[in-house]
Design a protein around this ligand. Structure first.
Ligand code: 48F
Length: 273
C-alpha cells in the first residue's frame, strides 16, 4: 500500500496554482530586468574573465550586470582542454582560484590543476553571491555611443531571436562602463570598429586579431592588454589578446582570471572615480 498526501489527493487548501507560479517568475524577472536598464558596469560574456571582473566589482558594491548569449554561463571553462575537464593555472592564477574557494592540486612547480566543473560552477556561484546579476540567453548586438564618443550602453535581444534570425527590434540599457568579455571573437570591439571606424587604442586602431597558440607570451601579455580600448569600453580575457594581436594560450586559465581581476581594478581605480 502506498500513501498519497492530502495535497496530491486535491484536499489541501494550499493548492499549487500554475498561474501563481507563472506570475512569480514573470514578475520577479521583469523587476530585475527593469533594474538592469541602468547600471554602473555591463559585462558582455559570462566566461571566466567576465565573471571574475564582475565578482570583484560587485564585491566592492558596484552595480554589475552580465549578459550571456548561451543557456549556461561559464564560457569555455567547462570543457577544460579538448573536453578533458581539467584546467591548469600558474601560481598567480591559483591565488584567484583560492579566493573563489576552488581546490587545486600541484602538478609540478608552477603548474596547478583544477577540476573544470568545480571551477566553473564555483565562479558562477561566487559571482552571483557577490551581487552581480547574470542574464543568460541574451545577445548583445550593438552598443550605444554618446557624450563625445563614449560607449554608454548596450543593445540587447533574446538569443532565440538571433538564432532564429527573426526580424525583431532590440532593447537598450545604459551603463557607465561596458566590458567586452566575449572571448576569441571580441564581438563588442568588432561592433565598435564596424560602426565608427578604427578608433580603438591598438596599433592599427582596429581589431588586430589573435595570434596562434603560445601560452607563455599569451599569458605574459594579457594583463597589459586588459585596458580601456575605447572610452567607456574595457576589454578582458581572450578578447583582450584577440583585439591587441597577442597569442591564444589554450587550457591555461590563470590569465583569464587575472585579466578579469585587472579589469575590475582598472574600472574601480581609474574609470568609476
Ligand atoms: O569564451 P569565453 O570563455 O571567454 P574568456 O572569459 O575565456 C576564454 C577561455 O574560455 C578560453 C581560453 C583560455 O586560455 O582561451 O577560450 O575570455 O566566454 C565568452 C562568453 O561570451 C559569450 C559567449 O557565449 C561566452 O560564454 N558571448 C560572446 N559574444 C556575446 C556573448 C554576445 N554578443 N552577447 C552575449 N554573450
Amino acid at each position: 500500500m502506498w500513501c498519497v498526501t492530502a495535497q496530491f489527493r486535491g484536499e489541501n487548501v494550499n493548492k499549487i496554482d500554475e498561474i501563481k507560479i507563472s506570475r512569480a517568475i514573470i514578475g520577479s524577472y521583469t523587476e530585475d530586468l527593469m533594474d538592469a536598464t541602468e547600471t554602473d558596469v555591463a559585462v558582455v560574456g559570462a566566461g571566466p574573465a567576465g565573471m571574475t571582473a564582475a565578482y570583484y566589482l560587485a564585491k566592492k558594491g558596484v552595480k554589475t550586470i552580465i549578459f550571456e548569449r548561451k543557456l549556461s554561463p561559464g564560457g569555455g571553462m567547462w570543457g577544460g582542454g579538448m573536453m578533458f575537464s581539467r584546467i591548469v593555472v600558474q601560481d598567480e592564477g591559483k591565488e584567484v582560484l583560492n579566493e573563489f574557494g576552488v581546490s587545486s592540486s600541484r602538478y609540478e612547480d608552477g603548474y596547478w590543476v583544477a577540476d573544470a566543473i568545480e571551477s566553473t560552477s564555483t565562479i558562477i556561484s561566487e559571482c552571483v553571491k557577490a551581487g552581480a546579476r547574470i542574464f543568460n540567453l541574451m545577445s548583445v548586438e550593438d552598443v550605444m555611443i554618446r557624450e563625445g564618443d563614449r560607449i554608454s550602453g548596450l543593445v540587447l535581444n533574446w538569443s532565440a531571436v538571433e538564432i532564429a534570425n527573426l526580424h525583431v527590434d532590440p532593447v537598450a540599457i545604459r551603463s557607465r562602463v561596458v566590458i567586452d568579455a566575449t572571448g576569441h571573437e571580441c564581438e563588442i570591439c568588432k561592433i565598435v570598429q564596424k560602426k565608427i571606424g578604427a578608433k580603438l587604442t591598438t596599433d592599427t586602431g582596429g581589431v588586430v586579431g589573435e595570434r596562434s597558440m603560445w601560452a607563455e607570451i599569451g599569458e605574459g601579455e594579457i594583463l597589459n592588454n586588459t585596458r580601456e580600448i575605447y572610452p567607456g569600453l574595457v576589454v578582458t580575457g581572450m578578447a583582450a589578446n584577440a583585439v591587441l594581436g597577442s597569442p591564444r594560450m589554450g587550457a591555461i586559465f590563470g590569465g583569464m582570471l587575472l585579466s578579469g581581476k585587472r579589469a575590475a581594478e582598472l574600472i574601480l581605480e581609474e574609470i568609476l572615480l
